[in-house]
Design a protein around this ligand. Structure first.
Ligand code: SF4
Ligand code: SF4
Length: 293
């Protein structure tokens, strides 16, 4: 391992929790990185920030002074820049081979929230019991970033932000691209909840009555992993897991760019998720059978 990368890309629309954390607790993030450098015996750390957060970059550079081990790297703002493969490529020019991890190319990635939590645990003994959450979406009356205890319900966060200003259609835990729709407004904040978003019917894709692939190729053009999403989705639909895997289903990072850009209304990423889960289950089944032999 020769590099620590602190992922502050925060590439999904609406989410600004990391941005606020860097502006208000940048010193905690940097101190967390120093602890990690010492603990892992690594001499280089990059704090990766997109170029739409230049105020945070200035703040971090001011705090870092002439540090030779930690530096701020400014990256282009694009989606999904926060994915670890895109991040490592943008910072080092190295491609992580399919099935491998950042550690295989000498990098270990932490997010800013984790670094700040590590510093807090070291300096106060307090474990991670709170986090910064973005509360936003066109239904939220006064969008905010809030530092809240883990376990706080989405309904309490929404009420604290002035409640809803129009009828909601969807509550999302996380970003609009990779987050998960929720049915219960009592959904609790967990350590991985970066955002609680509430959208009206104006947002999101129009429902297509009969989703169908028209072979336009847009999903291929927009896939950051250079996959052919329409084929993987089709193999998933017919249960052909072998071919779905051959076409790289397990390399899909579930960024949702294919579904977002599909004019045929095909829920491509959902089909790919189904295939990935089935492939994993099948591999686990075979491994347990082999273990019994
Ligand atoms: S974007 Fe949609 S319609 Fe176009 S090729 Fe991909 S799956 Fe088919
Ligand atoms: S979700 Fe779609 S665009 Fe994103 S990596 Fe997977 S196949 Fe490619």
């Amino acid at each position: 391992m020769d590099k620590i990368i602190v992922n502050c890309a925060e590439c999904e629309p609406f989410i600004t929790a990391n941005h606020r954390l860097l502006l208000e607790h940048g010193a905690s993030v940097i101190n967390g990185v120093k602890i990690l450098l010492k603990a892992l015996g690594v001499r280089t750390a990059f704090i990766a920030v997109e170029d739409n957060k230049m105020d945070a970059v200035e703040k971090l550079e001011e705090l870092l002074g002439d540090s030779r081990m930690i530096s701020v790297k400014v990256m282009k703002t694009k989606y999904p820049q926060g994915d670890e493969r895109q991040l490592v490529y943008a910072l080092t020019g190295e491609e992580i081979p399919a099935g491998k991890l950042p550690a295989d190319v000498g990098c270990v990635i932490f997010n800013a929230e984790t670094c700040a939590a590590i510093y807090k645990a070291f300096s106060t003994g307090m474990p991670s019991v709170s986090r910064v959450v973005t509360v936003d979406g066109d239904c939220i009356r006064r969008p905010k970033n809030l530092l809240v205890p883990v376990g706080t319900s989405a309904s309490d966060l929404i009420a604290f932000c002035g409640g809803l200003c129009r009828p909601p259609k969807k509550l999302v835990n996380g970003g609009p691209m990779m987050g998960a729709a929720q049915w219960d407004p009592e959904m609790p904040v967990t350590k991985s909840t970066s955002a609680v978003l509430v959208f009206s019917a104006r947002f999101g894709r129009k429902n297509v009555a009969k989703p169908a692939c028209i072979r336009c190729g847009r999903c291929v053009n927009h896939c950051p992993m250079h996959l052919m999403p329409m084929y993987i989705a089709q193999f998933s639909k017919i249960g052909d897991l072998k071919r779905a895997e051959e076409y790289g289903a397990m390399s899909c990072v579930e960024c949702g760019s294919c579904s977002y850009n599909c004019p045929g209304g095909v829920e491509i990423v959902q089909h790919i998720r189904v295939a990935k889960a089935a492939i994993k289950t099948e591999k686990a089944r075979i491994a347990s059978l082999n273990a019994l032999k």
